[in-house]
Design a protein around this ligand. Sequence first.
Ligand code: GFB
Length: 310
Amino acid sequence: MNKKDKIYVAGHRGMVGSAIVRKLEAEGYDNFVFRTSSQLDLRRQADVEAFFETEKPDYVFLAAAKVGGILANNTYRAEFIYDNLMIEANIINAAWKNKVKKLLFLGSSCIYPKLADQPLREDYLLTGLLESTNEPYAIAKIAGIKMCDAYRAQYGCNFISVMPTNLYGPNDNYDLETSHVLPALIRKFHEAKKRKLSEVLMWGTGKPKREFLHVDDLADACYFLMKTYNEPGLVNIGTGKDIPIIELARMIKNVVGYEGDITHDLSKPDGTPRKLMDVSKLEKAGWKARIELEDGIRSVYDGLKGESWF
Ligand code: GFB
């Protein structure tokens, strides 16, 4: 990738896309092409094709997606499969037709079987049944991986797939119904502290384990792989460490400085029991996560002061 190459970051306003743009800008890239979702609906094939024909990007980071936490995935099942399939199919096909030099597709750790051995190795893909709460999303993401591989095999396209673990960072979603656990708990503990509430209600048992990666680390890894990795298949991106959700809750409670109790809403799902990434492939290639979870949570919390709900 050269500094003058034209780069399209799809989803540049989202948590992942905006982190990729920050990283590229810090590395001296400035020839970007962006479209907001109101300017370009990525689910519309003709519009996506017209955009690629006009702009002819050299490199594409495919970070646009319909995303959300466990409840959003489970509730908006049709939107999670339809939107994600359309977005990735349209962009990948248009990238091939318009001779994009390289494309990086972002998937998710939920593509692995629900009860797979841990840590999750890349070759566990399609070896068992998926977690039901996010099966539509996972199926769409698996289709994206297989599209990149198929376009590489048939047309020689240099399209790569990366699978991030659970992410957090600036520009996250703090809507309590649709967000992921980490931003949800930051908000819940902060509001409980402000209103002097005696308890915070978290979802599920707190027993499932999750791995959390700061999105600036993810962006760094994506940049590294865009420059160095040119293979079919997928690469996990994570820290290689996970914690039970209840411990995450205690950590956030401590960062926020809330002193009440934690209680459980057992009507909400736990989801997959564990999804720890095996990151040996990425580490062997020469990349390692740097931001410690508690430091990352602290910096995210410090950055929230301007938010309307804060
Ligand atoms: O982050 P989360 O929504 O997504 O939930 P997943 C992780 C765990 O935290 C679950 C629990 O066991 C939740 O029950 N949890 C506790 C909470 N309190 C809360 C809360 O207030 N809000 C939320 N959201 N969770 C998603 C997938 O799964 O992760 C997607 O559905 C995707 O497909 C994404 O892979 C990264 O890790 O369970």
